[in-house]
Design a protein around this ligand. Structure first.
Ligand SMILES: Cc1cc2nc3c(=O)[nH]c(=O)nc-3n(C[C@H](O)[C@H](O)[C@H](O)COP(=O)(O)OP(=O)(O)OC[C@H]3O[C@@H](n4cnc5c(N)ncnc54)[C@H](O)[C@@H]3O)c2cc1C
Length: 418
């Protein structure tokens, strides 16, 4: 039998999870007058937050709510009202009002001027403490207990039972499990008959069936990746890529991995456009001009004007062309085949790397069972959700932390209401 601690019922609200979403929710509810207990299983708070943006913390993206929502794909509509209430401008103002200096980099990505994620964590902790949040680290929640359409208590792994009037689950997803996000809450929620969309790793390197080991280490900028199921285009992404020994990584590959994660068990193909700024016809003319100017040079050297040499040799071979051929030996049909390959090099998707290397989790609490205006459960009237536990995932660029801030703020605000 577990013990019921002396501060049982002393709290209006228990927040489970001390990541960005939980800290925002706890601070906000406490600021509005709730007595809040924050439970975190790690000995430190915000472990994953400190890893974000390579430690620099790309904490939001400075774009309007509707554009932000669109970046989340089909589930973005659900988030729109929340982003209108507490979108990127509000997040920036929130942190600025607490003393953070911020800077905006390419593509609207917002960082602390110090390039130090710890500055955000410090401010979140100060906000929570100033408003009287009680923080218990080293406290791993094992399950929730319900009765009569309400959550009654949380049971910790050490057997302790804790009660409050309201509860917010902010335990994150399953990615980077060493950070503490091990997906514990999915089982609690299934036990409560809440629907959970199967969690899968995303923003994760792509594994390919093709043998492209020889390309390992080649990194390229402004590449377009298009994802296809047969002839049906499922998505596209433009940005940097890097060839790994087993597939593709880099921002464009990570972003397209979100769509791959949403299509499990389906044969998919990525078509790589190495030169998205020119169309195929212009590219053919460019190749013609290059080969005329360099008649007696090897094709592999000529094409390395367009892509790195190792890649040029590989793509010439894929196009069925001997790379030792001279410029003046390239036929019209070969030129067309080469331009086609440069514009649409097709590779077959084997899958994605696992949760250990995935920045986020696709899947989570089914949004149909959560009220987007309050982040409240439609099944339990004293239960709320915040952060990556929700079935929402955005591209790289500050979108995923924005989910944590928006949902944390709204969940905290609504849980604080009587
Ligand atoms: C390497 C990396 C880099 C990233 N960079 C960026 C970036 O630059 N910009 C961006 O927008 N997003 C980035 N992300 C994604 C972003 O970090 C997450 O979306 C965000 O941290 C989710 O916040 P959260 O509070 O919902 O969950 P988490 O940050 O995962 O926090 C959940 C917390 O709950 C705790 N917990 C879990 N189970 C229990 C339990 N049973 N009992 C008690 N506590 C529990 C965990 O220990 C954890 O502290 C990155 C992710 C990774 C892995």
């Amino acid at each position: 039998m577990g013990t019921i601690l002396e501060y049982m019922n002393n709290f209006d609200l228990i927040v489970i999870g001390g990541g960005p979403a939980g800290l925002m929710a706890a601070g906000q509810a406490a600021e509005l007058g709730s007595s809040v207990l924050l439970l975190e299983k790690n000995h430190n708070l915000g472990v994953k937050l400190l890893m974000t943006g390579g430690g620099r913390c790309n904490f939001t993206n400075k774009i309007p709510p509707r554009t932000l929502a669109d970046a989340f794909g089909a589930n973005g509509k659900w988030l729109l009202s929340g982003l209108t209430r507490f979108g990127s401008n509000e997040v920036i103002s929130f942190f600025k009002s607490k003393g953070l200096k911020v800077k905006v980099e390419a593509n609207g990505r917002v960082f602390p001027e110090s390039d130090n994620a710890n500055d955000l964590l410090t401010l979140l902790l100060e906000h929570a403490k100033k408003n009287g949040v009680t923080i218990r680290t080293g406290s791993s929640v094992l399950r929730l207990e319900d009765d009569n359409g309400r959550i009654q208590s949380v049971v910790l792994r050490d057997g302790t039972t804790l009660r409050a009037n309201k509860y917010i689950i902010a335990t994150g997803g399953r990615s980077y499990p060493t950070s503490g996000s091990t997906g514990d809450a999915y089982d609690w929620l299934r036990a409560l008959a809440h629907r959970v969309i199967k969690p899968r790793p995303a923003l994760s390197p792509i594994l390919l069936n093709d043998d492209i080991k020889e390309l390992q280490g080649i990194s390229l900028s402004e590449i377009e990746l298009r994802l296809f199921q047969g002839d049906k285009k499922l998505g596209s992404a433009i940005g940097d890529i890097i060839f790994t020994g087993s597939g593709l990584s880099g921002p464009a590959a990570l972003n397209i991995s979100r769509v791959i994660a949403r299509h499990p068990g389906v044969e998919l193909e990525v078509r790589i456009d190495f030169l998205p700024l020119v169309n195929q016809q212009v590219l053919e003319q460019n190749i013609l001009a290059l080969t005329q100017e360099n008649k007696n040079h090897d094709l592999k050297n000529i094409i390395s004007e367009l892509v790195p040499k190792k890649l040029a040799i590989h793509l010439l071979s894929v196009a069925g062309i001997n790379s030792d051929k001279k410029g003046n030996g390239l036929s019209k049909a070969e030129r067309q085949a080469l331009a086609r390959t440069l514009k649409s090099y097709a590779v077959s998707v084997k899958g994605l790397r696992g949760f250990e290397e995935a920045m986020i989790t696709v899947g989570g609490v089914d949004l149909r069972e959560v009220d987007p205006k309050t982040m409240g459960s439609k099944l339990f009237n004293n239960l709320y959700f915040a952060g990556e536990i929700l079935d929402l995932e955005g591209p790289t660029g500050g979108y995923n932390l924005q989910v944590a801030w928006t949902s944390g703020y709204i969940a905290g605000e609504n849980a604080a209401k009587a």
